[in-house]
Structures are given as C-alpha cells and as structure tokens.
Design a protein around this ligand. Structure first.
Ligand code: SME
Length: 143
C-alpha cells in the first residue's frame, strides 16, 4: 500500500527523504504529472524538491497568489478540476489540465505544501485528497 511505502521512506532518516517521497509519488501514480513541495519562507512559498518533465518558472510564489498561494492563505486543500477555468491559476506547463494543492501544517501553522499537476482533466478524486492529506501530515515532521 502506497501509504505504508511512504512511511518506510520517512523512517529511513536519510537526508533526501522529501525528494524520495516526491519521486515515489511520481513513479507510482501515472496521473501525477508534476509534483513539487513548496516551503513557506516569510510571505512566500519557495520551491523545494520536485519531479516532472520540466522545471517551473514559479519557484517563488507570494502567499495569496495562484492556487498554491490560496491554499497557503486558507490552510485548505484546493482541488482544481479544470485549471483553465480558474482565474487564480498560475500557468507552469501547457499540458496541465487539473491541479491539487495540500497544505502541510505543524502545530496548526502552515509550513509548506504539496502541489501536484495532472495532464488529465479532473484527475483528483476524493481518494487522492484523502491519501495526499495523509502524506502531507506524514511530511510535516520532516520539513
Ligand atoms: N499552478 C500553480 C503554480 C505552481 S505550478 O503548478 C508548478 C498555482 O496556480 O499556484
């Protein structure tokens, strides 16, 4: 089960576990086309480990801007079934059709987030949300 495999990665206490988890998600979930972890630094989100075919130009996003910044401001998961229908969306890749952003919290404070783009429209189900919220929770001790 994916959740247990991620737990195992986190238990290894290696230095690059965040990158390992990002790689694991990329390799095991075909519809996850690009995965990144943004970390809160002051009033911005700064891109940390990521995996995908292309780098993004959005390596620093002000809190409140874009889907990523909205999730960081509200502390709530954002699921965008059609990115082109959401005017907050900051475009990174032409191929992206849908997106999910999950805040990572520590002691009630938002410290980071997971951002996943999919090349499939409406890719993120309630199952993805529940699973990825657990992953966000597991990662909070490792940011
Ligand atoms: N689409 C995001 C920006 C990050 S890229 O998807 C990697 C947003 O609207 O905040």
């Amino acid at each position: 089960m994916a959740e247990n495999k991620i737990k195992k990665i986190l238990f290894t206490h290696e230095t690059n576990i965040l990158q390992d988890v990002v790689n694991f998600l990329y390799e095991n979930f075909e519809k996850y086309s690009w995965i990144g972890i943004y970390v809160v630094e002051g009033n911005d989100l700064v891109l940390g480990p990521w995996k995908g075919l292309q780098a993004t130009e959005h390596t620093k996003i002000p809190i409140g801007k874009g889907i990523c910044g909205s999730a960081a401001a509200s502390g709530k998961t954002e699921i965008i079934p059609d990115v082109n229908a959401d005017n907050r969306y900051l475009s990174c890749f032409i191929s992206t059709k849908s997106e999910i952003v999950l805040p990572i919290k520590k002691d009630g404070k938002i410290i980071a987030e997971i951002d996943i783009d999919s090349d499939k429209k409406d890719a993120f189900t309630r199952g993805d949300k529940e699973f990825l919220e657990k992953v966000a929770d597991m990662l909070s001790k490792h940011i």
